[in-house]
Design a protein around this ligand. Structure first.
Ligand SMILES: Cc1cc2nc3c(=O)[nH]c(=O)nc-3n(C[C@H](O)[C@H](O)[C@H](O)COP(=O)(O)OP(=O)(O)OC[C@H]3O[C@@H](n4cnc5c(N)ncnc54)[C@H](O)[C@@H]3O)c2cc1C
Length: 409
């Protein structure tokens, strides 16, 4: 593995205008990190990556590199691109062990900040503001930090140990973590301002599964993807499982069900293969794992022993046209994976925070909500995106929160 890392680093052409960096949403200085690694300056390489993206280790596991850094590498035009993900993984893994919580930290500002949610958005904000000298507390509804990184992305794609190590690093930077604390059900945003916080950040993600609103959706053998992935071990799905959906979450569910012992897992999608929104790599892995793909079947009802479907096709204007006849696809359990939306518990318990038509928090380009001092970013603002996109926007929002707090009388 380590030799492979060195070989990949040696293949890097150190381009004058690195396309890999252009392809990265957080503009990682890939050329610089590789040059430092080759000079045996791994600590500096780690600091370079971490200070630009505190989730660089997570990103090395879960970023869609094929369409980002690696997809833009010039070597990929005629052959294999430099596999930066393994280089980033090696450097960031090393660096997370030696973080001291002091490098680049500014003197205490004496100002308190509340961060609601510990997904990629909340963790990014917390690291940046803690380094700027703020007294940061994370309020997390779950018992452990990480958000979707812990309770959505399966262990075989992102080892949870990485998140435990991020928690240790947060604590080294002086961040306090209050787990099992769902804001909006008991404590609310007004309590934070009453207790001296100068600014509040909302990074609560999208955790309300979209429904299909079909008969049978409340049956005991029908589940929602995001609920299942939270703790697959408590489900008894049986041998034959149908996953309804065509995105990365559907693929994660299918691959997890297979790993948890289900023998026949199929993904039922109401369009053709070319419309799957899951990444090419994830689809290939799912096929290797034994997931069967069933296309152009529209689910019309859930049954105790399967689902009722109709054949469907797409019209020229993209409309899905269903045939008349129903057929039954048998299954012991069915899991619905058709996206998630935001929960409304915070905005309904706090005055002055506007949401858009989809229930997502309305913000300006700096993440300011309609209530002064309250900021938001990540999926709760953009809808379901990616880890690196949450990091990208949260970096901007952290700067805006800093500016706001510095401007306070
Ligand atoms: C199954 C699945 C697989 C994915 N795979 C990938 C992938 O491979 N690569 C990739 O880049 N992206 C992936 N994503 C998307 C990515 O994980 C999200 O875009 C990202 O996690 C969003 O970050 P966030 O901080 O906005 O929200 P989240 O990660 O959702 O974190 C929000 C946090 O807020 C907490 N919270 C919510 N409400 C409250 C409250 N009222 N009080 C206190 N805490 C609260 C939640 O418990 C959670 O910890 C995947 C998503 C899913 C669902």
């Amino acid at each position: 593995m380590s030799n492979h890392v060195i070989d990949e680093a040696r293949r890097c052409l150190q381009c004058r205008n690195p396309k890999c960096t252009e392809g990265c949403p957080v503009r990682t200085d890939i050329r610089g990190a590789i040059a430092l690694l080759k000079e045996s300056k791994i600590e500096q390489a780690g600091e370079l990556l971490f200070s630009n993206n505190p989730l660089s280790l997570v990103c090395s596991y879960v970023c869609p590199q094929e369409s980002q850094c690696e997809g833009h590498c010039v070597l990929g035009l005629k052959g294999k691109p430099v596999q930066f993900s393994i280089i980033e993984n090696y450097i960031s893994d090393y660096y997370l062990n030696i973080i001291d919580g002091q490098t680049g930290v500014q003197p205490p500002s004496g100002m308190k900040v509340a961060v609601i949610g510990s997904g990629p958005a909340g963790v990014t904000i917390s690291f940046i503001l803690a380094k700027k000298g703020y007294d940061v507390t994370i309020y997390e509804g779950n018992e452990k930090i990480g958000g979707v990184m812990r309770y959505g992305i399966p262990e075989f794609r992102l080892p949870k140990m990485v998140l435990d190590r991020l928690k240790t690093a947060l604590i080294k930077y002086g961040v306090k973590i209050r787990p099992n604390t769902n804001i909006g059900t008991n404590l609310n945003i007004d309590d934070f301002f009453r207790d001296g916080c100068k600014s509040v950040f909302i990074g609560t993600g999208v955790w309300r599964p979209n429904r299909l609103n079909l008969p049978g959706e409340s049956f005991g053998n029908v589940h929602y993807a995001i609920d299942y992935l939270r703790n697959p071990d408590v489900y008894d799905l049986g041998d034959t499982v149908i996953v309804v959906g065509g995105g990365n979450t559907a693929i994660d569910v299918a691959r997890t069900a297979i790993r948890k012992g289900s023998r026949h897992v199929s993904l039922v999608f109401n369009r053709g293969a070319e419309h799957l929104t899951a990444s090419r790599e994830e689809i290939e892995f799912a096929k290797i794992d034994g997931v069967e793909f069933v296309y152009n079947k529209s689910t019309v009802r859930f049954l105790e022993n399967g689902i009722a479907v109709r054949d469907c096709a797409e019209s020229e204007n993209g409309e899905i046209l269903e045939g008349e006849e129903e057929s039954i696809l048998p299954s012991d359990s069915t899991i619905i994976a058709v996206g998630q939306g935001p929960r409304s518990v915070i905005v309904s318990s706090t005055k002055g925070i506007d949401v858009n038509g989809r229930g997502l928090i309305a913000v300006d380009e700096s993440g300011r909500t309609t209530r002064p001092g309250v900021y938001a970013s990540g999926d709760v603002v953009t809808g379901a995106k990616t880890v690196v996109e949450a990091v990208k926007v949260s970096k901007r929002v952290a700067e805006a929160m800093d500016e706001y707090m510095k401007s306070l009388p």
